[in-house]
Write a protein that binds this ligand. Sequence first.
Ligand code: ADP
Length: 135
Amino acid sequence: MYKNILVPVAYDHDHSDLQPLEVVRLLADAGARVTLLHVMDEVPNYAISYMPEDFRIKAREAIYRDLEARASAIPGCEARVIDGTPGSTILDFAGEHGVDLIVIASHRPGMRDYFLGSTAARVVRHADCAVHVLR
Ligand code: ADP
């Protein structure tokens, strides 16, 4: 059904959720391009001074390794880690790369307070392509 699928992945708590990839398998055309994307949130300057110097580099490497391992289970799937604000960065990435489907969870792992999390809500409201929301 879809040729270019974006799967935004959050790393706040438990990140063992494989459900989005099962949906991708069902909705992807043969030969579809799939991107697993994590957006590394900006850290305020006052917080950076309390962190080890290489904290961000190590976090980025660990996240990239995990995304790549997940990506390897799906043909044509690549991992990306980008700095920015999650909602707008996901939308920009989708627009700039011709994404035709975003598969997103309704909340970050471990959080269930609202009907739809703030990043997911922004993506649903503003995306130019189809959005599949997992609950
Ligand atoms: P909540 O506000 O309940 O924490 P979010 O809307 O932030 O929920 O998260 C819902 C989904 O949005 C996540 O499961 C993930 O798919 C995506 N998402 C949230 N933050 C990021 C991020 N930093 N990078 C990539 N995807 C994210």
